[in-house]
Ligand binder design. Sequence first.
Ligand code: 5GP
Ligand code: ZN
Length: 114
Amino acid sequence: MSDCIFCRIAAGEIPAELVYEDDLVLGFRDLSPQAPTHVLIIPRKHIATLNDLQPEDEAIVGRLYSAAAQIAAREGLAERGYRTLINCNADGGQTVFHLHLHLLGGRQMNWPPG
Ligand code: 5GP
Ligand code: ZN
């Protein structure tokens, strides 16, 4: 989708600091980091929200999480911990409508989230 900012990042049309790449997903640093490590992991395929997941996308979702764990390990976060989350639609706080998994770490996270 040419009007989707994350599709454009995946296509290399908009620069991003890539930290992970494979056949299904890529990870890059958030432009407005909310923690010392804040990486977004996205599918190469355009999926607008979690609501739009199809049964055939299950492998992609699994890969989002295994990529997050690999990135967390590389960033030295595995032992102390980190948070992964997906925002969905307005109440969830989603602002970019291309599915993405946030990986946040390097500070103590709060609960409940805001
Ligand atoms: P959401 O609120 O949809 O869950 O998260 C969208 C995230 O994308 C936000 O944390 C925002 O800072 C990040 N973001 C928006 N535009 C860009 C961009 O062009 N490049 C990067 N690296 N991050 C972006
Ligand atoms: Zn997209």
